[in-house]
Design a protein. Structure first.
Length: 247
């Protein structure tokens, strides 16, 4: 090989190696730019202890178009905290704030005072130290749930419940950028998702209340859900300081 061709080949090889060194793969860039961290917030200060049974719903006004959201009382005096997660995605200009929560869904078919079998759907929503009980869920009802994170719209809706599919629906909207609807069996859908276990009785889908055997029944489904509240710059609340409960 003539010397001039060898020199050109070596020069091209050096340039190629330099370019490969200065430009890491996109996957590495994505991993380096990611940031997953939990933020604890105390949107309201101390809560006084109350002695009210969790099943006491007599004081809650519900109607045929709206499910009820009941804040379960604390068992002692403490500062309750809410929990959000901060995540940085590669193509986003800033981190996003995600609200995670656990939901326990219970469908019950029991006899009324008139001995007629009637269906009732309730749910327990947990985030951080906050626990909210939902009652009167059904095919035509939904509850607005207070996520208690300052600066973000309180537009989280849980419900309606599809009795034919045995599925609970969710929705959230924050302006024109963030908003979606999803079901309890759907993974990431634009801004929200739920990862649900099966019903504890092993049944799938909907279940008729007035079955031929006329028996009462009850089943429960657990799920971990989350949705995007919005951009981080919307969040102005300072993180909560770790605090031991004053029992």
């Amino acid at each position: 090989m003539p010397p001039e061709f060898l020199l050109v080949f070596l020069l091209f090889l050096v340039i190629s190696i330099t370019a490969a060194t200065e430009q890491p793969p996109a996957l590495i860039i994505a991993l380096e730019d990611s940031n997953n961290s939990t933020i604890l917030l105390a949107p309201t200060p101390t809560i006084l202890a109350l002695d009210i049974p969790a099943d006491n719903t007599n004081s809650v006004h519900v109607n045929e178009n709206e499910a009820g959201a009941i804040l379960l009382p604390a068992t002692h005096t403490m500062t309750q905290t809410a929990r959000v997660t901060q995540t940085q995605r590669p193509k986003d200009p800033e981190p996003i704030i995600i609200f995670p929560f656990h939901l326990s869904l219970t469908e019950n078919c029991s006899r009324s005072p008139s001995l007629k079998l009637e269906r009732s759907i309730t749910a327990i929503v947990t985030n951080g130290d906050w626990i909210t009980r939902l009652v009167n869920l059904g095919p035509n009802t939904a509850a607005t749930v207070n996520h208690r994170i300052p600066d973000y719209p309180r537009t989280l809706r849980i419900g309606p419940y599809d009795t034919q599919k045995g599925e609970l629906r969710f929705s959230y909207k924050n302006g024109a950028e963030w908003g979606c609807e999803w079901g309890d069996g759907e993974s990431w859908r634009v801004c929200g998702e739920c990862r649900a276990s099966g019903w504890d009785n092993g049944e799938k889908g909907g279940w008729e209340c007035d079955r031929e055997d006329g028996k009462e029944w009850k089943r429960t489904k657990e799920m971990d859900c989350s949705f995007i509240l919005g951009w981080k710059h919307q969040l102005h609340a300072p993180p909560a300081k770790p605090q031991k409960p004053d029992c």
